[in-house]
Design a protein. Structure first.
Length: 459
């Protein structure tokens, strides 16, 4: 009886082992690859121009043994060529490129479906013919966006501003913007009615080479149109301003600005000044650009800009576009552009706005000291730097003539004054143009009204 009991126990153990092994094998076989289509954000379809490959990610801890992509148009079933682009077992991501169909018989007007199947090298999956399968709707779009420049400023000067109004058409429009030298990007804002856009741009003062401004438009399928904006250009020769830097200025001003900006202070006087004038200046310019971009208003606005006014009773001590050479112990140690107009009158003079707008920045800003930025719409902002006190808060709506601050000597400056700047999408541009009523009319306002007349004529 005891032997029979042992036999039963052995049989039960063996059966449990077989069941456990079978369950393990079954679950192992069920561990199939996951398929992910590279979709645009918030999109459930893939838009395909049939010129570029489509990318598909297969997630599996094993190598992929079989991959197949099929395009269905309701009438035909077309197997598509593919190749593996990335086979990374560490990240478990295997990326495949799917090539466009070679046939011209595709019924692109019907509902197209792309079906992908994948199987890894798991022998159990092969034995059970277990494969992953996933489908996605396809929209064929081989049409390039249409871009038409309706109106633009006649010319632009290095450091200066201009405007362009354009019409952009595409049923699957995804992105549109203006580029300078194929590098600096300017937003296009909605204008008048759907399909029309406007952008105020600047030729950055620190970029001497002019390759041109282009409107770039792209749809969801990757069709891309580039349209040049025909500006005549005006050369610019900067005034060279030689400034002597003393130990007193470095240790009482530059050092303090670094500390106020939470930056480590170097040991030598020369290094302190260079870090303030170069590294901190670059950081401050990036902050200005980011603040303006983050506060863009993409809603159509009534752009009613008036000439900005010179500070009452003030003298001009520095102009935009001066190239400053800094000397320490009679040796040139650094250079920088002056990117605004410096006005000075009495100490702590009142500062008023010239145009209505929304306060988007009020804070300490390194070399600029206590500063205010006001957004006036279409990416145009005004900057008020080195102030000693501020009378507005971020989010305030101000009217022309509003008392916003007092002049001061905060930041990296020699004395009490106001640094007034004009920002075109966060890039400092020549304020003198925006103080000139004739220039504003001829180069900005008239261009915008001309575009409005063209649009009315189209209607």
């Amino acid at each position: 009886m005891r032997k029979k009991g042992y036999s039963n126990i052995i049989i039960i153990v063996v059966l449990l082992a077989i069941v456990g092994l079978g369950s393990y094998i079954f679950l192992l076989g069920k561990s199939k690859p996951d398929i992910y289509f590279q979709l645009e954000t918030n999109e459930e379809k893939i838009y395909w121009n049939l010129r570029k490959e489509l990318a598909v990610d297969i997630v599996s801890k094993r190598k992929i043994a079989n991959f197949k992509a099929v395009l269905k148009d309701g009438e035909n079933l077309i197997e598509l060529d593919s190749k593996i682009l990335k086979d990374d077992l560490d990240s478990q991501v295997h990326t495949y490129l799917i090539f466009p169909p070679k046939t011209n018989n595709l019924n692109s007007s019907s509902n197209l479906i792309l079906e992908v199947t994948a199987m890894d090298d798991n022998k159990i999956n092969h034995l059970l013919k277990e494969e992953s399968r996933k489908s996605v709707d396809i929209v064929i779009d081989r049409t390039y966006p249409k871009v038409e420049v309706l109106s633009n400023s006649y010319s632009i000067k290095q450091g200066g501003s201009a405007v362009v109004v354009a019409k952009i058409e595409d049923i699957n429009l995804k992105d549109y913007y203006v580029t300078f030298n194929d590098d600096v990007i300017f937003e296009l804002f909605p204008f008048e009615k759907e399909g029309y856009f406007v952008s105020i741009v600047t030729w950055p003062i620190d970029l001497k080479e002019f390759k041109g401004f282009n409107i770039v438009s792209m749809d969801k399928a990757g069709n891309k149109t580039i349209q040049r904006v025909p500006y005549y250009i005006q050369s610019y020769e900067p005034k060279i301003d030689k400034l002597k830097i003393s130990d007193s200025f470095i240790y009482s001003v530059s050092k303090n600005v670094l500390e106020m900006s939470n930056l480590q202070v170097p040991n030598s006087a020369e290094e302190i000044f260079i870090k303030t004038n170069k590294e901190l200046r670059e950081n401050n310019l990036k902050t200005i650009r980011n603040v303006v971009i983050e506060n863009f208003n993409q809603e159509p606005v009534l752009f009613d800009i008036k000439p900005f006014l010179r500070m009452k009773g003030a003298k001009t001590f520095a102009r935009f576009g001066e190239r400053r050479h800094y000397y320490y112990n009679d040796v040139k140690i650094d250079e920088a552009w002056h990117l605004g107009i410096d006005w000075a009158s009495v100490k702590h003079a009142n500062v008023y706005t010239s145009n209505s707008g929304r306060v988007i920045f009020k804070d300490y800003l390194g070399i600029y000291g206590e500063s205010i930025i006001i957004d006036h719409g279409l990416g145009l902002s005004s900057l008020y730097a080195h102030t000693s006190s501020q009378k507005v808060e971020v989010g305030d709506m101000v009217e022309a003539g509003t008392y916003i601050a007092n002049t001061g000597s905060t930041g990296a400056v020699f004395g009490d004054h106001l640094h007034f700047g004009i920002l075109i999408q966060g890039i400092e541009a020549n304020p003198s143009e925006w103080l000139d009523a004739k220039w504003i009319d001829e180069n900005i306002v008239n261009i915008i009204y001309n575009a409005k007349d063209i649009i009315k004529g189209i209607e």
